[in-house]
Write a protein that binds this ligand. Sequence first.
Ligand SMILES: [Fe+2]
Length: 405
Amino acid sequence: MEFSRDQFLEEGYVILRQVIPPQELDGLRRAYERLVERQRVIWARERGPDDPPGGAWETNAQPRLNLGLLAGQIDAQTVDAVEIWLHENTQGVSSRLLGVDDAAVTEMMLMCNPVRDHETGGHRGWHRDFYPPHTAPLQGYADDIIENGPRYVQWNLPLYDDDVLWVVPGSHARLNTAEENAAMNDDARTPVPGAVQTHLAAGDGVAYILPLLHWGSRYNAKMRRTIHGGFSEYTTHKDLPYLEHLSPASQESFHRWNGRSRQKFEQTEAALRAAIDGNGTAFKAALGRLHPGRGEKGGLLSTIFLSKSAKRIHHLKSPEFDSLPEQERLWAESIHPMTLQWGRPLADRFSRQEAGALWARFKFVDDLLQADEDQWTPGFQGEETRYYFDRIPADLSVEAFLATL
Ligand SMILES: [Fe+2]
């Protein structure tokens, strides 16, 4: 596969032709269609009392399969749906795009068309795929990408021609422009200035860097089966009941990725413990092991992620956890390795007292990331909060954090 990594880093996305080898396309379509049929049976069975007979298949603007949740349905007939994620054209190319030896697949999904057109409602406008209050301000991502390259690459890989996705080239490494904000505030469901529509033939792929500003344009009833997911340096796959159906090399890959994720889990704990102990040297060493070779901006982004980790552990260990708002509880329990969020298994490594000490250390970071008034920038997931969406305050740095330990 020929491509320019420099161009990918500059524009934040790259379109690749015939990622799915043409002779494999029909077989892959059949494998995914079987999964769709099986999922539709489940959706019909699980429909609510007011839902149409097909349940979510009929009501969703974008019915979506998550292969991680469908693990039991991966068998000899459908295993190609997983194997395509281990192909040289996806996994190999992702490693090259990320600049790592062995990229790990993080999520494996399929996006489908709705049964009827969703012209105005039902689909989202322009957005970046994250919510800064839960991870970090956009500047944290942009600075890290410019300094060290991306930590994550996302893919759309259509099984049928697909021109739904629009992108703003270069937007992954900068804040929104005033023009973009004005356009999104006016109507987030029309092309913003400088936007580009992707035109993918069946089997082509687009790979893009996470904070890229993008838009799923119209979700209409035209046949859409687009493989969607991503790669990072590590990830975690909870159970792997389908492994026996994969090739020996693919099985090995999943084991290797899980092993690396376990290591990152341990290293995350080590960084948090170094902070509890007030040991700046150990904290810096732990940051270096978590993300080897990443510079100062990378260290700052990881420190912000760790502050979120500390906040979640503090929540999870709190006697008042059950009375927290549902959204907060779900966030605290969710697992997102790329941003060092390991949910309850990590919280369980700490006593209630340690969780309190941990939060006392990271509150310095958390306080600096908040304003006195609600913040809002268009083009993100989630609602307004006091956390900054865009900028990291100038007085927040790894050194400033270490000075408080
Ligand atoms: Fe998105």
